[in-house]
Design a protein around this ligand. Sequence first.
Ligand SMILES: [Zn+2]
Length: 214
Amino acid sequence: MNIIMLGAPGAGKGTQAKRLAEGYGIPHISTGDILRSNISRGTELGQKAKGFIDAGALVPDDLVIQLVADRLEEEDAKAGFIFDGFPRTIPQAQSLDQMLKEKGRKIEFAVNIDVPDQVIVERMSGRRFCINCGASYHTEYLKPQTEGVCDKCEGELALRKDDEPETVLKRLEVYHDQTEPLIAYYRNNGVLKEVDGTKEVAEILAEIRKQLGY
Ligand SMILES: [Zn+2]
């Protein structure tokens, strides 16, 4: 089963991808993990990628595709994979399709987790993390026993810059501009599945599994 997860940042792609991967016994693959793994192992592609990252540049698409292609050759990905956060743009999706075709494989499902912007902003701006131990909380969904204080170490809880409404809105703008067109792309390819991402995590998972027919 070759699956791509689509959805805005904060829509819950990662959570669902992880659970689906566990359920189906296939790897949950993010390009961030592939990059870190290649860099820490000092592979040739990893060293090339590191050059771009160290220079403050984006890793070029063709290099990302090569890294992904390598990852798909590993034993655990033979039966399938779930991509989370990749592809991000139409050119990446086209390159991915081409690369998969060369391997005799293809994307079978693109699952879009639909969540309105307003809900994403509310979810993310409620996140808190402990500045001492890194534990995470939420002002509505995962409250600490005492407001603003970590249950585990009594450290102070703070809002990450990344989770501030202005930052989230900027990321959503980039998403709408560059990544959202993938929904139409995969719809045209006949592989799109859409789920309502405002429901409970378990409900969303059940809906995805129902739509995938497994
Ligand atoms: Zn703590």
